[in-house]
Design a protein around this ligand. Structure first.
Ligand code: CA
Length: 481
């Protein structure tokens, strides 16, 4: 039974990879030897399995859609265009224990299971002469497993900072059977220990080179700095972000320029010009996540599903020369959309790549950690490039920064990239939704019942999916549901 389940899951990944491969790195010869735990025999089997994971991550139910917009429409800077839209129940915190989505749970545990398949077998492979290649593959599997567990923990578990991680997170699953092994939940603190362990190991193994569509050392370091921030470990958050900036810039990554910023999102990054995206989901015309993807949802010529709020628009308008205003596209005087999910050359909007981790975040992580540590010099050092890039006439040099300064800059910079609700809640702040009168975007109004709440609101975490509750006797539902 164990093997047949694995076979099913692996074949699912393989079929997806076969039928949807349009990227060069997916165009590998089909391998028939990756369907069971015992058949990862050579490093190319590992790479093939990893490619299947990346391909599954590309789904609009995963990182081309839901796993990203979750953090946006549940905050105060973006909202659903209407409650009947795809993002409506997320925005409205409308899920119950009977209708909560299962896709977050199933997708993320599927990534973890396939990473486990690699991690539980890779050290048995003779990699003589190929140690760096082996280590990089292992580093990718560790980084993806850490990322998936982090996303599960922040979606289903309360913020670490609420109770020092004492409440329930999600099961830590390291076997190859996955969630079917009917595990019980670990605490949030135990999950963070595992996430930090995986990402720390990943950082030590990844080689730091550019590889299109693959998670690299600098992305793993930025993610780890984010995890430390969520945990309230500001010393490590700052150190990790600083190392990531130095390392990435030493290898050619750099912040996009002021002039390029409105258009750089459409660029196809390459090793010659890696730009500022450290990890992205690569979508193409022949390998597209389809119309449920971020590009299509964030456009009036697409599904027109989510838009910015009037309060966020007012914040960004505080400086009418902020370059980031140029990313807004307007539906007349009704709604404004964030045009970050720009199609690459020759593509349509649903084929837009999904930047998941950007160097701008690394700077913002460093600045936030520094301001919390009372290190104003470094808070300024890392915030200033983001402020200046948005408007070269602005600077924070000579200023004493507050946490609010840093978080407001983070809002402006990372809107529509899945951060805001988490950023508020992990900082113990309220999600406070309100309409700004006389906004240019006249039709944009809040219609959620949930307009002002903090981490004491039980629905800030999703319910454990009903199917999991029904089939796993060891599973415990989140309180309140
Ligand atoms: Ca693309």
């Amino acid at each position: 039974m164990k093997l047949s389940k694995l076979y099913y899951i692996c074949m699912g990944s393989l079929l997806f990879a076969f039928t949807s491969c349009g990227n060069d790195w997916l165009n590998l010869e089909p391998s028939t030897s990756v369907e069971t735990e015992t058949s990862i025999k050579i490093l190319s089997d590992v790479e093939f399995t990893l490619n299947g994971i990346y391909s599954d991550m590309q789904s609009s139910d995963a990182y081309s859609g839901r796993l990203v917009y979750y953090g946006d429409v549940r905050g105060d800077d973006m909202q659903a265009v209407s409650l009947s839209k795809r993002t409506g129940d997320y925005y409205n915190y409308g899920h119950t224990k009977d209708n909560g989505p299962s896709s977050h749970w199933l997708n993320l545990y599927s990534f973890i299971q396939n990473c486990n398949l690699i991690l539980n077998n890779i050290d048995k492979i003779d990699a003589t002469g190929q140690e760096e290649y082996r280590d990089d593959l292992k580093g990718q599997a560790l980084a993806i497993r850490g990322m998936a567990l982090f996303d599960l923990t922040r979606i289903f578990g309360y913020p670490y900072t609420k109770d020092n991680g004492a409440s329930l997170g999600v099961p830590i699953v390291k076997n190859s059977e996955g969630i079917a092994s009917k595990p019980s939940r670990n605490t949030v603190a135990e999950c963070y220990t595992q996430i930090i362990s995986d990402l720390t190991s990943a950082v030590s193994m990844l080689n730091g080179k550019f590889t299109k569509g693959k998670i690299n050392k600098w992305a793993a370091m930025t993610l780890l700095s984010r995890v430390y921030l969520y945990k309230g470990d500001n010393t490590n958050a700052l150190a990790m972000a600083e190392d990531a900036i130095e390392g990435a810039e030493g290898k050619g990554w750099q912040l996009w320029s002021h002039d390029d910023y409105p258009y750089a999102w459409a660029e196809d990054a390459s090793s010659a010009a890696p730009g500022e995206v450290l990890f992205e989901i690569v979508n193409t015309t022949t390998d597209s996540p389809g119309k449920e993807s971020m590009g299509y949802l964030n456009s009036k010529s697409g599904y027109d599903d989510m838009c910015i709020t009037t309060s966020f628009y007012a914040l960004l308008l505080e400086d009418p020369d902020d370059i980031r205003l140029k990313l807004l596209s307007f539906d007349g005087s009704k709604y404004a959309y964030v045009f970050k999910y720009q199609p690459q050359e020759g593509e349509v909007i649903q084929d837009a790549n999904i930047p998941l981790i950007r160097l701008a975040e690394t700077y913002l992580n460093a600045s936030e950690a520094a301001v919390k540590l009372g290190d104003n010099e470094k808070a300024v050092k890392y915030l200033d490039p983001i402020v200046k890039r948005a408007n070269p006439n602005n600077t924070v040099q000579g200023k004493t920064l507050t946490l609010e300064d840093v978080l407001n800059e983070r809002r402006k910079e990372l809107v529509a990239e899945g951060h805001r609700a988490f950023d508020l809640l992990r900082n113990g702040m309220s999600v406070n939704r309100y309409d700004v009168p006389n906004s240019k975007i006249k039709s944009t109004k809040h219609f959620s019942k949930n307009l002002d709440f903090d981490w004491d609101f039980y629905r800030i975490v999703l319910p454990i999916p009903k199917a999991e509750m029904d089939t796993n006797p060891n599973m415990v539902q989140n309180p309140g549901y």
